[in-house]
Design a protein around this ligand. Structure first.
Ligand code: PMP
Length: 390
């Protein structure tokens, strides 16, 4: 009658149908799936903080003191002390004048971009940027120019050729979420200077994880002072939920006044804010440095072993390690067979990635054991050979 069934059938026929799976227990290195323990190789809980005792305790204490809800949008019922504390802590962490918390990375990008650019402005966006950046750009009604992935010569040409009456905004993922490679931030910073553009970096996958002190991809590339709009998430490396933008006081004031996902949405609750504060303390502690080291070691071991086994890891340089397959059906078959062997790895298909570039997206955690990873590598190699991927 309404055509929903036919639409779903179409997705099934293209191998693009998705369904939700229930996992038991926290997002730890192992989870329960269909009553069986499996190795979790697809969570963004990179440092293993999602069930860390320090975060759990901070959340429980916050609930006891502040209750469970923020009550309304902060412009309506007030900023709670924990929002204020977290924003001050994030600004200090990123070395900026100010910071603002959003309910999620998706809400941040779809709020920030339309708040900063509109008709008469031009957005220059990497072709592989996250969907929330694309959606934010489309909402903004600014002209949307996409440049080939990490191609700085092409971006330079586009910046030179494009007439812009208003603002130029260059936006990129710091770590590309489905490829695990890094944006060339030093070159992007040079183009920002040359063309007087604003530079926005979405560091969802770098925050807490990359750089000598976990400040993220801008720290790793040595350009933290040249990123005007430093966005990152709190629900990945930091093990909590939500997102932030760090930058100048004027930037934050403008977002408070203009970002619709900030203005028209109930703010994050106390438990989540307290967990983020505890996560930042951990990231800044020797324990945090140790977790970053273990994550880097696990990622390198896993990536190198699979590369040696003949897999195409698609330029991965981080804890996100894709394994190129190509078409949707063999990708999902690969994922199903690995699950049968006790390894939970997601197959990634369009629209998340371009058609013909389906892949397994493996994500490493600091809390994965070396033995478990060796078993995973062996199983992936065996199934990959059976399916003709390598
Ligand atoms: N940006 C990037 C690069 C991401 O990978 C993601 C999440 N996958 C987001 C933004 C959205 O963040 P959140 O999950 O907090 O909405």
């Amino acid at each position: 009658m309404n055509g929903f069934r036919e639409e779903l059938e179409g997705l099934r026929q293209q191998g693009l149908f998705r369904s939700l799976r229930v996992v038991g227990g926290p997002q730890a290195g192992r989870v329960l799936l269909d009553g069986r323990e499996v190795l979790l190789l697809c969570s963004n809980n990179y440092l293993g903080l999602a069930d860390h005792p320090a975060l759990k305790e901070a959340s429980i204490r916050a609930v006891e003191r502040y209750g469970v809800s923020s009550g309304a949008s902060r412009l309506v019922s007030g900023t709670m002390e924990l929002h204020d504390a977290l924003e001050k802590r994030l600004a200090a962490f990123k070395g900026t004048e100010s910071a603002l918390v959003f309910n999620s990375g998706y809400a941040a990008n779809t709020g920030i971009i339309p708040a900063l650019v509109g008709k008469g402005d031009v957005i220059f966006s990497d072709r592989l940027n996250h969907a929330s950046i694309v959606d934010g750009a489309l909402l903004s009604r600014a002209r949307f120019v996409r440049y080939p992935h990490n191609d700085m010569a092409a971006l330079g040409r586009l910046l030179a050729e494009t007439d812009v009456a208003g603002r130029r905004l260059i936006v990129t993922d710091g770590v590309f979420s489905m490829d695990g490679d890094l944006a060339p931030l030093a070159e992007l910073a040079a183009l920002r200077r040359k063309y007087g553009a604003l530079l926005m970096v979405d560091d969802a996958h770098g925050t807490g994880v990359l750089g000598p002190t976990g400040r993220g991809s801008a720290e790793l590339c040595g350009v933290p002072g040249e990123v005007d709009i430093q966005m990152g998430t709190l629900g990945k490396g930091l093990g909590s939920c939500g997102a932030y933008v760090a930058g100048s006081r004027e930037l934050v004031e403008l977002l408070v006044n203009r970002a619709r996902s900030f203005i028209f949405s109930t703010a994050l609750p106390p438990a989540v804010l307290a967990a983020s504060l505890a996560a930042l303390d951990l990231v800044d502690s020797p324990a945090g440095a140790n977790l970053r080291c273990r994550l880097a070691r696990n990622s390198e071991l896993f990536r190198n072993s699979l590369r040696d086994a003949g897999f195409d890891t698609m330029g991965s340089e981080t804890q996100i390690v894709p394994l190129f397959v190509g078409d949707a059906e063999p990708t999902m078959e690969f994922s199903r067979r690995l699950l049968a062997e006790g390894f939970f790895v997601q197959g990634i298909r369009p629209p998340t990635v371009p058609a013909g570039s389906c892949r397994l997206r493996c994500t490493l955690m600091a809390t994965h054991g070396e033995n478990d990873l060796e078993r995973a590598v062996a199983a992936i190699g065996r199934v990959g050979r059976e399916l003709g991927v390598v």
